[in-house]
Design a protein. Structure first.
Lengths: 338, 338
DNA sequence: CTTCCTCAGGCAAGCGCTTTCCTGGAGGAC
DNA sequence: GTCCTCCAGGAAAGCGCTTGCCTGAGGAAG
């Protein structure tokens, strides 16, 4: 592996000069030397050792993001936005998947601190777990202590920069829609109970229910883990436990799609027999039959905002950005048959 | 930011001892000192500077992967497999999105070389572009010169470790299915013409056509870019340019889903009026209506194999792993109406 | 009581780069 | 001709860590 010293030797200049030419320092250098050095660089296929550079200079280059799972469309979209802005700023992005394991999340925060990332983005729901949250806050503070920047996506339980989707209002929106259509026996497919995203969305649905003089009893809530198959299973449970159910509100689109599959398997038509709604407005929501009524969250935009905030050095005050949710009516909802 | 020197000072030991304790070296250390050092680490919230470690020691830790776009389900699945194995080996993964820009791909190879990654995985189709391929080979060789490991996914045009999905046989499989059903006017929605994945799959379809005494003339091929919307547009073009078209073979599932939407918009029923097929067997293929007949590629598995090969130090010979494609019959195919 | 061995622990030399500070020569002003 | 200024280029001090090698104390063996 060629080093800067090799380049300098080949070009017949000092290492200092070579360094200045290679990374375009402010210091002036003769054209003559410049070409000699550049030729040596090309000849040796020299690429500066990023670790040595990082160690020697103060400024950081890479940014790190921690998501639950990039292959989940929800995070894939957010990541897309994150990347777009990072790339525009010439930053390399290191992506870490916690796979919804709080401990792994903690480890990754440390890992990224070790890598001295310029910015850290934590995306994804928080957990209802005071011990974990405490540990996380401590690690994040340690990270901030190194001078790095931080933005949280969807975790209002912590302080600092954050971008929060309006989960509760979104739940309210979709809940209102379903109850206003006249549904009385409404089941909910929730995400993992430990996630704040779940409880927030659920709270919104409950608020809507209350306004319509209804409630969502525990037997009408089934917990999935936000993926398609768990949605199918949960829908089946709901149907078994609640004869006469006329609507299912899934707290994300993947589970709604699973519910659709489960319903189809039972020969139930949507929305004729059962109304189904999703949440997030993933691309798939448009393509299933019937197309899903859901709540749109501008995920790419959320990612982009988060990265922009993290990379914007001027901000001194912690910034909190609320991302509004919006109801998207499609074909999966209808009034109940009497 | 606490350094190892701070830890050593606080614990009252030499930096060497502190280092050995912190990263569990083979060298023996008294229990007494160990606890003192560990206490100091906890108190200072010490995390070793990854760059300094990387610089000082020979072995590399992180691995890098370059994909076209993680938010594309195809790559999301591959990435999932890649990550799973990397995590099992205790490696941090740095993901880079080239967004199908060859130049960016080149840049990322350099960037990851600069970061001294232990392994580099290049996922995604190659390009029909000799100049680019040459440049890529040179950069990859420079990377290999640093002692890093490399695995290519889906690029048979380069040598070295690689995992190649059987695109041509897959195209043949789906083509045979459609022609055997009796379709004569068959349109193809291809991916970008510069990608080898496109030409390989298309070649398979053409081979099947030939075997059935048919052909795929240029007017029955529309080029998309592998995403849903381009599939919808391409399907519309195909329909306009070819009255009487009875089948559409899309070279990936996203575009097939787009085609389904375009067909629905025109009031054409699938498969009654038009047969549609996909490729890749993404999760969405099961959930659209009708469910897509497609070609399954075990993407997660491909990612996992690729990372395993890259991380397996014992391999001296370049390894080539062919991943078989498999036809999955669902509801989107039927014989043409007479 | 020597001598030798063993092994915990410390010293210090790098890893590859950036950057401050210094040097020496060229050119201008007097 | 002398002195000053200016600036291109080089020497060298780290950045934070690992690790080969050395030291010295304690114990076993003679």
């Amino acid at each position: 592996m060629a080093t800067l010293a090799d380049v300098a030797r080949l070009a017949g200049v000092s290492q200092a000069t070579a360094s200045r030419i290679v990374n375009g320092s402010a210091k002036l250098v003769t054209e003559e030397l410049r070409t000699r050095v550049l030729r040596a660089v090309a000849e040796l296929q020299y690429v500066p050792n990023a670790h040595a550079q990082q160690l020697a200079r103060a400024r950081r280059s890479a940014v790190g993001i921690i998501v639950h799972d990039v292959s989940d469309p929800y995070f894939a979209e957010i990541t897309r936005g994150l990347q777009r802005v990072a790339t525009a700023h010439g930053r390399l992005v290191m992506i870490c998947n916690s796979y919804r394991d709080p401990d792994r999340e903690l480890e990754y925060v440390e890992l990224l601190r070790a890598h001295q990332v310029a910015a850290l983005i934590l995306a994804g729901s928080g957990y209802h777990d005071a011990a974990f949250t405490g540990a996380l806050v401590r690690k994040l503070e340690a990270y901030l202590g190194t001078g790095g920047r931080l933005t949280l996506i969807g975790r209002h339980e912590l302080t600092g920069n954050c971008v929060v989707p309006e989960n509760e209002p979104g739940g309210y929106l979709v809940g209102s829609e379903v109850f206003a259509l006249g549904h009385r026996r409404v089941g909910v497919i929730a995400g993992p109970a430990v996630l704040t995203t779940t409880s927030d969305r659920l709270a919104g649905v409950r608020r809507a229910a209350r306004e319509h003089g209804r409630a969502v009893p525990a037997r009408r809530i089934a917990y999935g883990n936000f993926d398609r198959d768990s949605g199918a299973t949960a829908a089946a449970h709901l149907l078994d436990a609640n004869p006469g159910l006329t609507a299912i509100i899934a707290l994300n689109d993947s589970m709604a799609v699973g519910a659709l599959a489960a319903l189809r398997a039972r020969g139930l038509a949507v929305p004729r027999d059962v109304t189904v709604t999703g949440f997030d407005d993933m691309p798939v929501a448009r393509d299933v039959t019937p197309a899903l009524t859901t709540v749109r969250l501008p995920l790419v935009e959320m990612g982009a905002r988060a990265m922009a905030i993290a990379l914007d050095e001027t901000g001194d005050e912690p910034r909190v950005e609320r991302i509004p949710a919006e109801l998207v009516r499609r074909a999966s909802t209808a009034p109940p048959r009497r």
